[in-house]
Design a protein around this ligand. Structure first.
Ligand code: N01
Length: 552
């Protein structure tokens, strides 16, 4: 291990590394930093022209994190967290992207990152336990370890609607927004979708456009963000106590976000007390609305109390009762689709220049040169914004041709849904690590907390291997089967599978319905990962020349 090596002969020279990292988002950046710390040679390949992952691509109007900025930031360097000053309670996309760039510069990461570089395929060579990675254009590189830091929501999905190519105006997807921005002044804009991205962007677009027509298939529960500029006192309070806040996020909070830990179920309180609790959380704003009680994700009757409260708030906010009714979700428990956080979303439907079109029973049948057709009616548009989401958690893997042992492709292996051990490795794909992969808390948690936990675990694992001269590590089939069963069992003890959500792969036609993330919570998950490592990487087979351990 150490320096990248060139192997040459009659073949074009091939660059060899200890590790190749795919993706320069928050996962890839920190992974590179940790590998450098181990003295390993590593190269990051990133398809975008800059670092930042999600925050590089999602530049749509109103894009903002739904986790508070002081909590949505790295903890690995105290110097970094002391010197970086967040300006708002929830950082906007531009500020988060500046932060990612600051991290890349501050830790001198750029010299090992290749931008504008698409990874086409990755193939495991069983003879020498190395991965050969082919880049767009044909260049090949090899590494002992492959780290897939490809993000959970990185494969923007455009619906296949007849006539789309004939549309005369401009077409956008929130997940791949033009860098130069878009001026909607004077335009009639159609927005398709009402998930988090739409809910954030619609109020901002409506401020600018002549008219906005929102095409809604399923209404969403949304809680006011209540964003504001952070005061000097708030910043100081965090800066002085980061160590303890970070510890709590890691060790005590199921979702990695520090807040009060609920001690009661929703039905253990009187109606008045419960109303006061929800009122307080609604007024405070943010994701912690869903942690008001400890059984909202578990007990339908408890969940109904929170869902009723939000429906009532929508009814009080939206002036036209027919529009309010369409905006009130009724077909799934609150929180079982990702809860949204908004600024003036429901208020926006009181504007004269905003129309809501319900397409639940009349899907968009066609796009014409002039607009969008549903229910036999054409809605004229000058521009269309698709806020239609992502092929979540598996989509970014599927676009790379990944081949493990015996030429098995990851696409084949995951045909019936992703299978991993701990969301970290896949049986049959040795020396390949996933950061926040399917089967890990990932999207159900504060992503930065989960990313740091995974990257730290992987780094420790690589250090362990180096000390023991291990050439190959692989999840055993038994351990993977056990983990997949556990992930499903935990999910099915909750209300989550009751929603047709992207958590279940339900937003992609033909995608298997499998609950993708691990819902056991960060502290429990972390304890399992640590225990696995402490027991000589239980459930992993480690090989030198000869197999040295294979514990199930
Ligand atoms: O995508 P989504 P998103 N015709 O999949 C609709 C994170 N995020 O980009 O629900 C008509 O949630 C679809 O309808 P339905 C966050 O984790 C975070 O908004 O499938 N409509 C739905 O309304 C979030 O959950 C932040 O019936 C179609 C919408 O499009 C995740 O990213 C901000 C359709 C897609 O919603 C994804 O959010 C933004 C069709 N053919 C995102 N196909 C923050 O941090 C799909 N839809 C704040």
């Amino acid at each position: 291990m150490g320096f990248a090596k060139q192997v040459s002969g009659t073949m074009p020279s091939v660059q060899n590394y200890d590790a190749i990292i795919v993706g320069a988002g928050f996962s890839g950046l920190y992974m590179l930093h940790r590998l450098r710390g181990l003295g390993m040679s590593a190269r990051v390949y990133e398809r975008g022209s800059g670092v930042g992952g999600t925050w590089y691509w999602n530049r749509y109007p109103g894009a903002r994190c739904d986790v508070e900025s002081v909590q949505y930031s790295y903890s690995f360097s105290d110097a970094l967290q002391q010197e970086w000053q967040w300006t708002e309670r929830y950082a906007g996309q531009a500020e988060i992207l500046r932060y990612a760039n600051h991290v890349a510069d501050r830790f001198d990461l750029r010299r090992d990152i290749a931008l504008n570089t698409n990874v086409i395929s990755a193939e495991f060579d069983e003879a020498d336990n190395r991965w050969t990675v082919t880049l767009e254009g044909g260049k090949r590189v090899t590494a002992q370890h492959l780290v897939m830091a490809v993000g959970c929501l990185s494969n923007a999905r455009m619906p296949d609607i007849p006539g789309l190519a004939s549309f005369r105006g401009k077409v956008f997807h929130t997940g791949e927004w033009p860098h130069e921005g878009v001026d909607f002044t004077g335009l009639r804009v159609g927005v398709v979708g009402t998930g988090s991205s739409a809910i954030q962007s619609i109020p901002v677009i409506a401020d600018e456009a002549k008219h906005v027509t929102v095409f809604q298939r399923t209404p969403n529960y949304s809680i006011p963000a209540r964003n504001y500029p952070l005061s000097e006192d708030e910043k100081r309070a965090w800066a002085e106590n980061y160590r303890e806040f970070r510890r709590r996020a890691r060790e005590e909070m199921r979702n990695g976000i520090v807040s009060e830990i609920p001690q009661k179920g929703a039905l253990e309180e009187s109606d008045d007390a419960r109303e006061a609790t929800y009122d307080f959380r609604w007024a405070r704003g943010g994701l912690t609305f869903m942690t008001a009680y400890n059984n909202l994700a578990l007990d339908k009757a408890a969940n109904d109390t929170a869902a009723d409260f939000v429906r009532r708030k929508i009814g009080e906010t939206v002036k036209d009762p027919a529009v309010a009714k369409l905006l009130q979700p009724t077909t799934y428990p609150i929180g079982t689709k990702r809860i949204c956080i908004d600024t003036d979303y429901f208020e926006t439907f009181n504007r004269d220049n905003v129309t809501l079109v319900d397409i639940r029973n009349a899907p968009i049948s066609e796009i014409t040169p002039n607009g969008i057709v549903t229910g036999g009616k054409e809605y004229a548009c000058d521009a269309i914004v698709f806020a239609t989401g992502f092929d979540a958690m598996t989509g970014s893997f599927a676009r790379i041709d990944i081949r493990g042992r015996d030429g098995l492709t990851l696409r084949e292996k995951w045909e019936e849904g992703p299978k991993t051990y701990l969301g970290l490795m896949v049986a049959g794909f040795p020396n390949m690590f996933l950061v926040t992969g399917p089967g890990s808390p990932s999207v159900l948690s504060n992503m930065i907390v989960s990313i740091e936990q995974h990257v730290d675990w992987i780094s420790d694992c690589l250090a362990y291997q180096r000390e023991r001269d291990v050439a190959c590590i692989e999840a055993t089939q038994g351990a993977e089967d056990g983990w997949v069963a556990h992930v499903n069992e935990v999910a099915h003890n909750t209300l989550y599978p009751q929603a047709n959500s992207w958590y279940m792969g339900a937003n992609i036609l033909g995608k298997p319905r499998v609950f993708l993330p691990y819902i056991g919570g960060i502290p429990a998950y972390r304890a399992i990962c640590n225990e696995v490592a402490a027991n000589g990487y239980r459930g992993f087979a480690l090989t030198r020349q000869h197999r040295v351990a294979a514990a199930e």
